[in-house]
Design a protein around this ligand. Sequence first.
Ligand code: SF4
Ligand code: SF4
Length: 138
Amino acid sequence: MIEFIAQESCIGCDKCYEVCPEDVFDSTGGGVPEIARLDDCTSCRQCALHCPEGAIFVALLNKPMENLDKQAIIAQGRTTSYAKWLGWDKGTPPPGDRSGSHYDYKHRLEEKKGGGKPPDPADRVRRMLYEAKERNLI
Ligand code: SF4
Ligand code: SF4
């Protein structure tokens, strides 16, 4: 789930509020959005991917992290590491992306799935991803 918004980095653009599919945030009208419905967070990381300031940290846990060291996480670049792994720079699609960030997200996902080739039938997760892609669900 979302662990924190780095208040010192946030510019109040409300992008996280706009993209969150679970309506976790409340807008504060130009300030740092409020994490108002933490229990609804599914750790999808869309907020962290789209934040232009890399101010959001999401952990793949279903409860808040214990002994969370916010400053260490920021210093280690972990607020932007997932975006960089996908090839985004702080949520910005790379140059040459023709169709916007959603296209790029799908493109990167496709790469991770093995370039669109049918996966090993025994690999259940990759097979489900492949089938979902084939049905244009992702
Ligand atoms: S990780 Fe996903 S569900 Fe959780 S706050 Fe961010 S956008 Fe919303
Ligand atoms: S997307 Fe990032 S900079 Fe924009 S309001 Fe949310 S946390 Fe702040």
